[in-house]
Every structure is written in C-alpha cells, then in structure tokens.
Write a protein that binds this ligand. Sequence first.
Ligand SMILES: [Zn+2]
Length: 82
Amino acid sequence: MEIDKTSQSELYRLLQQENIELQGKYDELLVKYKKLSEKEHLFMVDSEQCKGITKKGYRCGQKGLPNQGGGHIIHGYCEWHR
Ligand SMILES: [Zn+2]
C-alpha cells in the first residue's frame, strides 16, 4: 500500500491541532475543577474537630474535610466515633 505523503502530513497536522485543543480543554477543566474544589472545601469544612479518641489514644483528627474518611462532624463526633 502506498502512503500518500500529503494526506499523511495533513493527518499529522490535524492530530496536532486536536491535541492542542484537547490540551486547552484539559487546562480549562483543571481550572474549573480547582475552583469547584475550593468552593466545596469552604462549604464542606465543619467548624469543629471530632472529640473522639483513637485506639492509640490520640485526639481524632477528623474535621469533616472532603479528603478525610470520617464524614461530617455531627454533634462533635465523626462517623467513626459517634
Ligand atoms: Zn472521630
């Protein structure tokens, strides 16, 4: 099969163009996501820290943060110490 050099370079050009567009969209999404996570962070942080004590005797570090596994702090305790 003969490779048409013109259409091949055209294909590369199109791919590159699409790549640049995708990169732009990706950057846009990153910015959006960052804004969203910042907003969510503000809304989701509970003002108090869990009053529970861990098995090792430490104060539980759960504060209702989105990246923490203990869920929201309700009545002063996280999901694990309620
Ligand atoms: Zn806790």
